[in-house]
Design a protein around this ligand. Structure first.
Ligand code: SF4
Ligand code: SF4
Length: 157
């Protein structure tokens, strides 16, 4: 697909419509994984423990939020990205995330659903959390440290 004239090339993140902004999300589910921050160094570590509202199945809705519209009120630390808060959330987002990439002046990756036309391409490319995360319903918070992972791009990979 020739994407030269696609909206993400021609429109700044701040100027996108809500629909354009939403469509940038590739559905990887990575930002819905719990992260730990080293208080001394400020370093962020991803775990494979997912928010209780993330669909952790490997089915068609894998890695989707089960209460997307209510997410901000249902989950206190949900990263609800907007053009206004993106800069402050960038240190917590994987390098593969479209918002991160565009903010850094990088193109969308070949596997992005906007380029492939297939919402599942993020899974077949091995980017998403599908099949490798566990719900926080099944893990005690004091054990999160044992669930640190290194396969999230930009955080060890
Ligand atoms: S990391 Fe970025 S692309 Fe992936 S689900 Fe979160 S907002 Fe969407
Ligand atoms: S509430 Fe937020 S963190 Fe939890 S699954 Fe939904 S979008 Fe992800």
């Amino acid at each position: 697909m020739n994407s030269r004239h696609a909206f993400w090339h021609t429109t700044a993140l701040n100027d996108m419509t809500p629909e354009q902004w939403e469509s940038l999300c590739d559905g990887c589910g990575l930002c819905c994984l719990h992260k730990l921050e080293d208080e001394d160094s400020g370093e962020v570590y991803y775990t494979d423990v997912a928010c209780r509202l993330l669909d952790t199945s490997t089915g068609a809705n894998s890695c989707r939020c089960t209460q997307y519209r209510e997410r901000a009120t249902e989950v206190e630390n949900c990263l609800v990205l907007t053009p206004d808060n993106l800069t402050s959330y960038l240190p917590w987002l994987p390098a593969s995330c479209a918002y991160q990439r565009l903010a850094q002046g990088e193109p969308l990756p070949d596997w992005h659903p906007l380029l492939t036309g297939d919402p599942a391409s993020v899974h077949s490319a091995g980017i998403s959390a599908r099949g490798r995360c566990i719900s926080e319903r099944e893990v005690s918070e004091e054990d999160f440290e044992e669930h640190i992972v290194w396969w999230v791009s930009g955080f060890g990979e």
